[in-house]
Write a protein that binds this ligand. Sequence first.
Ligand code: NAD
Length: 486
Amino acid sequence: MTELPAGVPSTLFIGGEWRQASDGTSFPVENPATGEVLAQVADATAEDAMAALDAASAAQLAWARTAPRKRGEILRAGFEAITARAEEFALLMTLEMGKPLAEARGEVAYGAEFLRWFSEEAVRIYGRYSTAPDGVNRLLVTKRPVGPCLLITPWNFPLAMATRKAAPALAAGCTVVIKPAALTPLTTLLFARVMEEVGVPAGVINVIPTTHSGAATGPLFTDPRLRKVSFTGSTEVGKVLLKQAADGVLRTSMELGGNAPFLVFDDADVDLAVTGAYNAKVRNGGQACTAANRIYVQSGIAEEFASKFAAKVAAMQVGPGVDAGTELGPVIDAKALARIDEMVADAVAGGGRVLAGGAKLERAGYFYAPTVLADVAADARVLTEEIFGPIAPISVFETEDEAVELANNTEFGLISYVFTADLARNLRLSERIETGMLAVNAGVISNPAAPFGGVKQSGLGREGSAEGIEEYLETVYVGIGDPFAG
Ligand code: NAD
């Protein structure tokens, strides 16, 4: 059994103190590669969540008044510290979430980069000053932090989803209560410990792992001190939170589910498209909101693409993420394993052909063979639902119009992938596909300097880039009477 890195916290972090839950309860965090318990983590109650909001509210004014340069320098120190401890973070993430170490290292670099990016944005919060069109009044537009924020994160990217929210919030001058997913709370706790060490004042970051999310965080939504909720997770839970947020008319950012189409046209470089599909599908075991969910290939190259892609997927080295050379780790838990197994069975029952994989692996932990399916019926669950596993259904299309129709035939609109050598086609598709992000001849495009987010039921708001900090700022207009009057 691989040991946890030393010094990983397992308690709540509230007002600068590391402490047990108010009712003394804790919950186990499992290693999905073995089913073994890695740690017992304090299980926050509603009382603890309220204490975290108390702490965030108490720290809000002083943090908002801390010089932007100072806020930026603390974030930059966080970036340096996480980068210096990259191996420790990577191992921890692999142990609690399952992804291969090489991918965990990639997430450490990506997650830390949000701290560096927003350390630079902290000093670039601008307003404007202008003369009203009638020449009388002066218009001053300024920005201020929205106030204490609740940040709710999913289990699939335990570091990056926390930093993608906390970094812009802190840069803007907001304090935060982070509720990580109960499946992977340890990485977020270690992140908070590092930020404490680099000088984030008590109460500015609070972390409340809990197994009863709704009961613990529900009361915060009706407390007028909470000003914003930023959520990454399923569309289903996002809708519940949007309804709860309506009562307090809270600012919300919602990064929700996806059902990404991956379109390959006859004129594409097939090998490039195969590599792109592989990266977009199996990275993180397919457990990414950006995962290619539905692969549509134009008929002229469909057979070549399917055979090359199936061969590449079938050759993957599957095993615990800590093992050298592992390319695919386990899925997150027994429930996820059962769900994808049912989805594959449903596709096969509807006429789908298995080109690779197609079954659970009989070993400890939650492993599913990387799977490629062809001839899947249009109403199969693998095409209509977010798969969240290493399953790739390939379908064939004939025309660009048909491809657009297929791509848009979903309530989601997070990311879409297009492989074609035709620039004009790319531009047409960028206007026709209903998506928040379009990847052109690339399998991975997430970047802290780019606005990440979806349209339709994939969400509201953007994270990263210059847009990311706006989510944590209020616009205030100051109207000034004619300075030449009287
Ligand atoms: P989930 O919706 O089950 O949970 C997300 C978080 O919400 C967890 O911390 C969970 O504990 C919490 N939660 C659940 N019910 C709650 C409630 N009533 N009140 C408060 N908190 C509650 O999602 P998940 O299984 O952790 O993550 C997978 C989903 O996340 C997928 O749908 C995926 O597409 C989505 N996701 C989206 C993005 C994005 O940026 N758009 C990124 C990563 C993951």
